[in-house]
Design a protein around this ligand. Structure first.
Ligand SMILES: Nc1ncnc2c1ncn2[C@@H]1O[C@H](COP(=O)(O)OP(=O)(O)O)[C@@H](O)[C@H]1O
Ligand SMILES: [Mg+2]
Length: 272
């Protein structure tokens, strides 16, 4: 079972002088279970693709299916928008969290139960539910927004820059939760911090001006970026390792973990 994207094209303001081709002839297969990374520069089409996979809006051309079905928001797919906490406006955190479940046909008791259990899952105190979202910090609200999407229990969840503008501690926490629960849920993880994507996902796609520039495994991706001389597509760690190799260090630029990189540099220094 998988997410299939075939011949997907999307235009904004089609037929006007302002027409923008945000996506062109996208073909991707995303296997279910695990974390699939989606990277690319600003304006490369990541958020457009995310919202179409989330079933929000109809593409200009082509199709997307999730296990053979069209995406249906709140049913087979959910999305955590960029800066989701900016959308909180209710009097209490509970009311904001419950808003996504209102039309799901669940009873009041079931809604409460879902919210309690997902708050536990992300490690937030249930006592926060009576507080006003305006009095809570960004990190707490981000986790609460994430819990709200989890509460809908979709099989696929798209995370559009889930760690953007968070402090390093909360960033780490968000990534740990995603890794912990990614067996049952398929995550599509969008980030501009390449290091995050190569650490957390096994497979990924790179968008460049609305087209797929690369899709495959993380190690295939690092090889590709080095081979194509697209150093800007490498995480900073790999750029540093690449630079060291150019300087004559005997290191492998497509390392993924910082510990391995340090180990390689240490060995290289011992050898010289
Ligand atoms: N609502 C919109 N109306 C018109 N153009 C848009 C809209 N949203 C995005 N775009 C344009 O589509 C292209 C892709 O944008 P987007 O999908 O937001 O990229 P990314 O998330 O990778 O930064 C950009 O050129 C952007 O300016
Ligand atoms: Mg975006």
């Amino acid at each position: 079972m998988s997410i299939e994207i075939r011949h997907l094209t999307h235009l904004y303001d089609a037929g006007t002088s302002e027409e923008i081709k945000a996506l062109e002839e996208i073909n991707l297969t995303i296997q279910k279970g695990g974390i699939f990374g989606l990277v690319g520069g600003i304006g490369s089409g990541k958020s457009t693709l995310a919202s179409l996979i989330a079933g929000l809006g109809k593409p200009t051309g082509g199709r997307i299916t999730i296990d053979g079905e069209p995406p249906c928001p709140g049913k087979n797919v959910g999305i955590l928008f960029q800066q989701p906490e900016d959308l909180f406006f209710e009097k209490t955190l509970f009311r904001d969290m419950a808003s996504g479940l209102l039309h799901s046909g669940l009873t009041e008791g079931e809604v409460n139960e879902r919210i309690f259990s997902t708050l536990d899952l992300v490690g937030l105190d249930r006592q926060l539910l009576d507080r006003s979202p305006f009095h809570l910090n960004r990190g707490t609200l981000r986790l609460a927004a994430f819990a709200s999407v989890l509460a809908i229990q979709p099989g696929v969840i798209i995370l559009d820059e889930p760690t953007a503008s968070l402090d390093p501690m909360t960033r780490k926490k968000v990534m740990e939760i995603i890794e912990r629960i990614s067996g049952d849920i398929t995550f599509i993880y969008i980030a501009h911090r390449l290091q995050e994507v190569v650490t957390i996902s096994r497979h990924l796609a790179v968008l460049d001006q609305g087209k797929v520039a690369f899709t495959g495994t993380v190690s295939g991706y690092l090889d590709w970026a080095l081979r194509m001389d697209r150093v800007e597509y490498l995480p900073v760690l790999n750029q540093v390792m690449f630079g060291l190799q150019q300087l004559g260090f005997d290191v492998d630029p497509d390392v993924i973990l910082l510990e391995d990189a340090i180990d390689q540099i240490r060995r290289s220094l011992v050898r010289t």
